[in-house]
Design a protein around this ligand. Structure first.
Ligand code: SIN
Ligand code: FE2
Length: 236
């Protein structure tokens, strides 16, 4: 059984998808993957992605960014967010003066590029029985960028899990309760860590307090990339 810290990507565990989820071999191979730690019900898989897998994902994300460049979203209230974002998949999350929502196109008007298979791989290994995601939000945090406490609730069906991949500099991730306010807990997410929010943690308030510059040399110019895989549309 492959360890949770990964290893060289081989043909046997390459992402083999079919229309509605990952195949049976993967399901059996990876049935016993367990999180390293749980924080407020969210599962943290420390070091889940090997350095080679991280590099492959970064190369694939760079190709996505060439087609769908990062942009600085504004909130409905007109406040510019400090993260820059873009998406891959059938639907991409955006925020502008009209509010938060999923859209089939980048603000430039072109369709979002497909989600790279290297990015789908952790979803298939950790959530093999779940349909494939139709949305991958790409957040880029330069030093000083942060993300305020929020719930992820713009998806059509809030029962599906959310899986997030951290790449580059460490980040302090904070998570609270399903209700706003109250005590929170934090965990440092490092490059190659995967976090899953499902069941009681699916609607927990969460955010990124800060990133820690200079803690990873994965990204040429530093900073942090976060990829959030979601099932955003209707999967009837
Ligand atoms: C998010 O909540 O959308 C991003 C979380 C992260 O950057 O780890
Ligand atoms: Fe979120």
């Amino acid at each position: 059984m492959r360890s949770a810290s990964g290893g060289k990507a081989g043909k046997s565990d390459s992402v083999r998808k079919h229309e509605f989820g990952c195949n049976t071999i993967q399901r059996q191979q990876h049935m016993s993957i367990q999180p390293t730690v749980r924080i407020r019900g969210a599962e943290v898989y420390k070091g889940f992605l090997s350095p080679e897998r991280q590099q492959k994902i970064v190369a694939d994300i760079r190709a996505v960014l060439r087609k769908a460049p990062l942009f600085s979203p504004v909130t409905a209230g007109g406040r510019r967010m400090s993260v820059r974002i873009t998406s891959a998949g059938a639907l991409g999350w955006i925020s502008d003066r009209k509010g938060y929502r999923y859209e089939p196109c980048h603000p430039s008007g072109t369709l979002w590029p497909p989600i790279p298979e290297s990015v789908l791989d952790p979803w298939c290994r950790i959530l093999p029985a779940t349909p494939l995601p139709d949305s991958c939000l790409i957040n880029f945090y330069a030093p000083g960028a942060r993300m305020g406490m929020h719930q992820d609730r713009d998806e059509a069906d809030l029962r599906w899990p959310i899986l997030s991949v951290s790449l580059g500099d460490d980040a302090v991730f904070r998570i609270g309760r399903v209700q706003r306010g109250g005590a929170t807990q934090s965990v440092v997410l490092s490059s190659g860590d995967v976090l899953v929010m499902r069941d009681e943690a699916r609607l927990a308030y969460h955010g990124i307090e800060r990133i820690c510059p200079g803690t990873s040399c994965l990204l040429r110019n530093g900073g942090r990339l976060n990829l959030t895989l979601r099932i955003a549309g209707n999967r009837a």
